[in-house]
Design a protein around this ligand. Structure first.
Ligand code: GLA
Length: 341
């Protein structure tokens, strides 16, 4: 029987990564920001030790989605939290497996709701603790060999800011908010979902394979990481100087490196980038793990419609399913929407 008490409700955002891709698991730099698309978790103690997870709509699409939740509970118990049996209800506006860190949003929404239920404060240290527990849920329980960027972006994102993360010490990544006032200068960030899906938890998949290749010292993979870290530093300088054309050029260079040196792009992503640039965008790149998912385009607000239409037309010409577009801007990290009582 369900407990009659009202649920604690929390929201955790997806993210886009502005630049710094495939660098988090090898001691590098990245610059993601939290977005408005999000997952919401409502949790309610059951009065027994069972876990029941339901989803309003197709949160799945990722066959592992329930394992993420089980992993979060296990990790929170491992660090000493007394998590009771729960009913958890999920709703998401994030495309699953779409390169916007949907799995991290799911983990962080559940963890944040449980923190709310147990009265654990969500200060900076609390947020880092949850980000780490959620990362471990993904790597240790689901077996997705991902880095820590997505969970940190979901927990530490803030309005109007990107988050610079330095993984030089992977056990204690250093973070710094970077003011990112693109909208004030008449620019927008367009996310284009290619509708090509990937599953990072696949041990034989491209993501895991790239990690192994990097670890073995594969020269082209190494070159990507070295040049990408330099681009992240330059991007932070460009943002500070509001040098948006420079930022755009760095994004485009990042895409070329991911396509040619790291080899994680697909024709649909390349098409969005090439067409966007031809239609007047300042820069464009794949965002997230690759092998499908989303591309991110930096474009003047009054050119965004032209870019969208050009990309749609290019897709139609090739007989590909129409892409989906979203305008994104840096928003807040995970939060409790409704607490106890
Ligand atoms: C996925 C992973 C992240 C990161 C990116 C690539 O989103 O979850 O940890 O490795 O790919 O930058």
């Amino acid at each position: 029987m369900n407990s009659p008490s009202a649920p604690v409700v929390a929201r955790a955002p997806g993210r886009v990564n502005l630049i710094g891709e495939h660098t988090d698991y090898n001691g590098g730099l990245c610059l993601p920001f939290a977005i408005g698309l999000a997952t919401i978790a409502a949790v309610r103690p059951r009065g027994d030790d069972q876990l029941r997870v339901t989803s309003r709509e197709a949160v799945p699409g990722d066959p592992h989605w329930q394992e993420y939740v089980v992993g979060v509970l296990a990790e929170l118990r491992r660090i000493g939290w007394e998590v009771p049996g729960l009913d958890i209800d999920l709703v998401s506006t994030l495309p699953l497996g779409g390169g916007l860190a949907s799995s991290a949003a799911l983990e962080c929404a559940v963890a944040t709701a449980i923190a709310g239920l147990l009265g654990v404060p969500l200060d900076g240290a609390g947020r880092r603790l949850l980000a780490e527990a959620c990362r471990r849920a993904e790597t240790e329980h689901v077996g997705a060999p991902t880095g820590g960027m997505d969970q940190l972006a979901a927990m530490l994102g803030s309005d109007g800011h990107a988050l610079l993360i330095d993984f030089a010490d992977p056990d204690s990544p250093v973070t710094a908010p970077v003011s990112f006032p693109v909208a004030e200068d008449g620019l927008v960030l367009l996310v284009t979902d290619t509708r090509v899906r990937h599953v990072l938890a696949d041990g034989d998949g491209g993501y895991a394979q790239r990690r192994r290749e990097y670890a073995r010292g594969h020269p082209r993979r190494r070159r990507h990481v070295v040049t990408e870290n330099a681009r992240v530093r330059d991007a932070v300088d460009a943002i500070g100087a509001r040098a948006w054309a420079r930022l755009g050029a760095l994004m485009t260079a990042s895409h070329a490196s991911l396509r040619d040196d790291y080899e994680v792009s697909v024709p649909q992503l390349d098409q969005v980038v090439d067409t966007g640039l031809e239609a007047g965008a300042l820069g464009a790149r794949m965002t997230g793990g690759g092998f499908g998912g989303c591309a991110l385009t930096l474009v003047a607000a009054d050119r965004a419609g032209v870019v969208r239409e050009a990309v749609d037309a290019a897709y139609a010409e090739r007989g590909w399913a129409p892409p989906r577009h979203h305008l994104v801007e840096p928003g807040p990290g995970a939060e409790v929407l409704r607490g106890i009582g």
